[in-house]
Design a protein around this ligand. Structure first.
Ligand code: SF4
Length: 465
């Protein structure tokens, strides 16, 4: 891959990227409640945003960009709606692939917001095309929607969705509206998070609990893996649960989710703090100061500092107003660019031995630049501690992990990686340490072990950029 021609975000772009946030609302001011929820979930996707509401007919708006850029002075009518923020891993980046997707059939209107990745999209699309269905996008969500409609037409809503679940492979956490009823649907593995709650105006479904907080709501509970929940003006009911071996994505805890979210009963901040404590136990260090890579390493650095009794300090400051992407033509300009995005606090790092903590390393370029920046500005030693095990394999379940060849940990020893990034020492938390820190045994560890919880269908593409 030609590094020089990428629009590369040098402080975050080399991290795995989540592809979507979903929200659904049933009650007064559905549009406003969904806007608040999508803003609280902006970290899960910044490429496009969309909302569809229903008041006897469907009202929909989608656009490229952040929620605040897409929705300026809009107000879509209706007491039910679904919303979506997208980061594309499947399909092209155009507006035609932005969520939510809406279909009109003899059933009425159905709209879907989907987070995840359908791994058998290709074969399902061909099968549905042979039945006469036409597709307007390259999105796996459209295939999922058509598959569900196809089964609902034969078996009715509940049995139709259940039949579709047995055909859909991969990951999906969805807010669905069918006319004036709202549904929450989570795949049987429970890869992606999905939670629902209530506020003064009605019921909300969202990818993370912080979205429920953002509308002053109270969490009712997580949607169970394999569960379909129906919400109407009278309340909610669980329609069915398809039981399966559960595999929650460990990266939701390590990196994607907001630290103030609670996912499947575990507070994300606490998990990251625990990872820092584990790192301090597994890779102790004689150093002067613990500093995080902002913002991703903060909670882990705090845990490391408290357990090791080495003082914590901010030592790197991120410029939150610099552009999200850069074209970086040469080495010097790359260093200049990182200076615009990230700078050091000289008094904290000069002549110090530093424990530098981050949540993960994918390609390693960013870490290498940060270490070089710290050393050029006077750090004596930089000891790197990483709050996840080495990433060695791609993701097929909705996370953009770059290509396998790009993983710095691919076929390399820890010592090889340490030399490559020019750290004085390097430690990744162990897989056992990761499991204990999350406190859940039923985890997907596919990108760490190359051993996936489900068979990957022939022709399925990993989530590469
Ligand atoms: S392969 Fe990795 S990123 Fe993908 S779902 Fe599994 S744990 Fe998450």
């Amino acid at each position: 891959m030609d590094f020089h021609h990428q629009g590369l975000d040098i402080t975050t772009g080399q991290k795995p990227s989540e592809e979507c946030a979903v929200a659904g609302y049933m009650g007064n001011s559905a549009f406003t409640n969904i806007i608040f929820a999508l803003k609280a979930l902006q970290h899960r996707g910044q490429e496009s945003s969309g909302i569809a509401t229903y008041d006897g007919k469907v009202h929909i708006k989608k656009g490229m960009g952040l929620v605040s850029e897409v929705f300026t002075d809009d107000n879509l009518p209706g007491n039910i709606g679904v919303g979506h923020n997208r980061y594309s891993t499947s399909g092209s980046k155009g507006l035609e692939n932005a969520g939510p997707f809406i279909i009109s059939s003899s059933l009425g209107y159905m709209g879907i917001s989907h987070n995840g990745e359908i791994t058998n999209t290709h074969s399902l699309r061909e099968e549905l095309k042979n039945k006469g269905y036409i597709f307007f996008s390259s999105s796996d969500t459209e295939v999922m929607l058509v598959e569900i409609i196809n089964e609902i037409n034969k078996y009715g809503v509940y049995d139709g969705i259940k039949k579709a679940m047995f055909k859909l492979k991969g990951s999906y956490a969805c807010a669905i509206m069918i006319n004036d009823k709202l549904y929450a649907l989570r795949d049987p593995f429970g890869f992606r998070p999905l939670i629902f709650g209530k506020n003064a105006d009605g019921y909300i479904i969202a990818s993370e609990s912080t979205a429920i907080d953002s509308v002053s709501g109270k969490v009712i509970r997580d949607v169970k893996p394999g569960e379909l929940i129906e919400i109407d003006s009278h309340g909610y009911k669980s329609i069915f649960v398809v039981n399966h071996e559960i595999s929650h994505c460990m990266f939701e805890y390590v990196y994607f989710a907001r630290p103030d979210s609670i996912i499947d009963g575990k507070e994300v901040f606490n998990v990251r703090y625990n990872l820092g404590v584990k790192l301090a136990k597994e890779y102790p260090c004689n150093a002067d100061v613990v500093i995080p890579v902002p913002d991703s390493g903060r909670s882990q650095a705090l845990g490391y500092s408290v357990y090791s009794k080495i003082p914590y300090s901010e030592g790197l400051i991120k410029n939150r107003y610099s552009d999200r992407t850069f074209i970086l033509p040469n080495q010097k300009e790359r260093y200049d660019a990182i200076r615009i995005k990230l700078n050091t606090i000289k008094s904290v790092i000069r002549d110090k031995s530093i424990v530098l903590v981050d949540d993960s390393i994918v390609r390693g370029n960013t870490m290498k630049y940060i270490i070089s920046l710290l050393k050029r500005d006077g750090a004596r030693e930089v000891h790197v501690r990483i709050g996840s095990p080495q990433i060695i394999a791609p993701c097929y379940f909705g996370v953009d992990m770059k290509t396998k060849d790009d993983f710095i940990a691919d076929n390399k020893t820890i010592e090889d990686i340490r030399k490559e990034i020019d750290a004085d020492s390097l430690g990744y938390v162990s897989i056992e340490g990761l499991k204990e820190s999350i406190g859940i045994n039923d985890l997907c560890l596919g990108c760490l072990t190359d051993n996936y919880p489900d068979v990957i269908p022939t022709g399925a593409k990993p989530n590469y950029t």
